[in-house]
Design a protein. Sequence first.
Length: 408
Amino acid sequence: MSHSYRHVGALVALLLPAGLLAAVPAGNAAPAPTSSTVAAEPRVTLAEASARAAVRQVRVQVLPPIAQNGRAKAPADRAAAVLQVRVKPGRARTKVRIQARTPSGWKAVRTVRTKAGGVAEVRLKARRNGLPAAYRAKVGRKTSNVGDLATWGAPVFSDEFTGSRLPGDWHHRGRAYSPESLRACSKGSPKAARVVKGALRLSVLRDRSRSGKCLALRKGKREGPFAYRLNGHVSTENSFAFTYGVAAARIKFQRRAGQHASFWMQPVSSVKGGRGPRYTGAEIDVVEWFGSGKASGGITSFTYHNTPGGKRIKTGGHIRNVNRFLAGRNDSWFKRYHVFSVEWTPKEYVFRIDGQETWRSRRGISHRPQFLILSLLSSDYEIAMAGDRGLGTQHTLVDWVRVWQEQD
């Protein structure tokens, strides 16, 4: 061991209480035995040694495969799982070593540093040696709990939109012009939601069966006239719903504003006589994209619920600095696919993009079964942004949709 490393150890011994010295390698101690599956203790600086000694807790949470950024379609089984590490106290740049369970022990697979708040989100293989992977994290001599992908099991719902027809679990919705829903000039249609080359293609098309023009209502004023239009708008209502779990969709958005693409959920039914989200559910907007050129970035997440008194509550908004979730300057929301997900528990919603947390909320938690919705809607308040130019040329593509629930 070098003289400089012994000097660091001596300084730590002087600076730290005796009860904390066990977390720092002694300068004159013999190296601990190592194996081929566990990496030797790395040398550390004085600052790192002090930080390690102060760590009280390391916890991990493993999430199913919800990270898959890419330009082209890809099998859902090749998406990356996500390990969220939380270190207390929560400091930025704390070094964390990630280990994977192997038949012969624990093997070091990654070293990362925490972000602000002591959190690190790591993308890892969902399967190793043909089995669901298991991971843990180490900070100094502190070892976390084990995050095991087996706790999620196989998806309870999975659709990769193979073939050439809309799969049977999906049904067209909103097939009437609806001023009360702010869509006096648009409606859902099978023509605007088709499976093309292994992806669900959602479009906004001119309604050629409707003569005349439409005036759109925006902020109390009429705008237009505009062509009537058809929207891609499908859901799993009456075929699939779930209560609690992780729902994810891999999506490549349309580029232009004037329509908004969404992955969202609504409740199946209400408990008779019940009030509030525990009994009536909620609308959970996992992601909405309003087009490029928006000063706020164009991506939102919302929830809507009714209070026991009947008041409608809206929570959420634009994701701040949303482009930080892109994978570099060549990435964009309309050139590459990204996975948008929500983790829904009895206590909270956690929203993510490719496994990176964007927002969490404990307001309006639904306790009712919710069904899935995919849509590209042209609502009255946004039609003027695009007018009638480019109808039928803007598409949102959905590569796959999956839902997981933790196993008992």
